[in-house]
Write a protein that binds this ligand. Structure first.
Ligand code: HEM
Length: 351
């Protein structure tokens, strides 16, 4: 059985890798480094790593870095599943959640392959991104669930606060999906030869995306206000953290919009989206606590009643006290003389 601390490290590494792959995948797309390596799985014939020579551009390194992280991610997803699924004493839901990064990585490999086969269509590029966000959310939830027990959730805040936090989930999803559509309409949609793939005005879509962000910001500010006096658990800290990440991400969004979408900022915006999804998941789950359930040990089998020698006098042969009663079957010592036939009915309770 993996130790609690070792399991925690694996789950953190998995989360970092799930966010990191969004950034390295984005770097490949934004710099057009997809063909930086000429073969697969090797980068160049006979070599797994790119070779440095005078004419080398940085494209092979970006593509190689992405491939390396993909391998690390797959190993970590396997380790995560192995670590969580083996915890037999934990709830089924938690153990199933442990398999999600691995299953999701397999699905992402298929979607990623289809995305290349379909000429990096923005619809598939966007789906690839959204699936990654779901995997980030699942990976963060795993860390929270790992740290707590499987008891029934105990709410730490009033219903109003929970409603605002719950509303932020679909709102956050709308922000991310509109962001993906904005990318699909913009110059970094995926295919450098056909930059504007979605027949939408990039400026208009950006404004709609920014509007949804403002609605989200209002929700996060309300959450911070509602939790400002809550001292239980991590409620207040995590709500404030969500506000900081949201404002930083919004700032990067505006700066990239007004500076002509430089690749570095677009990459930072993708990293920000991953961080925001992770913090929001943590925030949502911070509003309740689940205690460790102490499972009672299985009942010990009833001790066999020693057979008494036939010749003993009757007074000694009759078991006395509770120790002589077989669990659930014997007659209590004060039950009176034994009767034949069906057991008499207990007297009816008087109304
Ligand atoms: C909570 C804040 C925000 C979140 C979570 C967010 C999320 C996202 C996401 C997920 C994408 C798609 C990334 C991709 O597919 O590669 C995106 C793209 C974009 N976002 Fe945001 N965004 C936020 C704020 C803003 C703001 C305030 C603006 C200002 C206009 C903005 C402008 C853009 C633009 C222009 C793109 C397209 C970048 C490109 O061409 O690749 N974002 N955003």
């Amino acid at each position: 059985m993996p130790s609690h601390r070792w399991a925690r490290r694996v789950l953190w590494a998995n989360l970092v890798a799930q966010i990191g792959i969004v950034v390295t995948g984005g770097a490949v797309r934004l710099t057009g480094s997809g063909l930086g390596c000429s073969t697969w799985p090797q980068c160049e014939p006979g070599r797994f790593a790119p070779q440095l020579h005078e004419a080398t551009s940085w494209h092979p390194y970006i593509e190689f870095g992405n491939r390396t992280l993909t391998g690390v991610l797959a190993v970590l997803a396997v380790l995560t599943a192995w670590t969580v699924v083996r915890q037999r004493e934990r709830s089924r839901g938690f153990r199933l959640l442990g398999a999600v990064p691995l299953l999701g990585t397999v699905v992402q490999a298929v979607v990623g392959g289809l995305t290349v086969l379909l000429d990096l269509h923005p619809g598939w590029v966007g789906l690839h991104f959204v699936l990654s966000m779901l995997l980030v959310a699942a990976s963060r939830a795993l860390l929270v669930r790992h740290a707590e027990g499987d008891g029934p959730p105990r709410q730490l805040v009033e219903a109003r606060t929970r409603t605002v936090s719950r509303l932020l989930v679909p709102l956050g999803a709308v922000v991310v999906v509109l962001g993906v559509i904005t990318t699909g309409a913009g110059p970094h949609s995926g295919d450098a030869d056909t930059p504007y793939r979605l027949a939408l005005d990039p400026a208009t879509v950006s404004r709609v995306h920014a509007l949804s962000v403002w609605a989200y910001v209002v929700g996060v500010v309300a959450l911070v206000a509602l939790t400002r006096r809550v001292t239980a658990g991590r409620v207040r800290t995590v709500a404030r953290r969500l506000l900081v990440v949201t404002l930083a991400q919004g700032l990067v969004g505006y700066v990239q919009y007004f500076t002509g979408l430089p690749e570095v900022l677009v990459g930072a915006h993708m990293l920000g989206a991953g961080l925001l999804v992770a913090v929001q998941t943590n925030q949502y789950l911070s509003l309740r606590q689940r205690d460790v359930v102490v499972r009672s040990a299985p009942a010990a089998p009833a001790a066999p009643v020693p057979t008494l020698p036939d010749r003993l006098p009757r007074a000694e042969a009759r078991p006395s006290g509770r120790r002589g009663v077989r669990a659930g079957r014997g007659r209590p010592p004060d039950a009176g003389p034994p009767t034949r036939g069906p057991a008499p009915r207990p007297p009816r309770a008087r109304r």
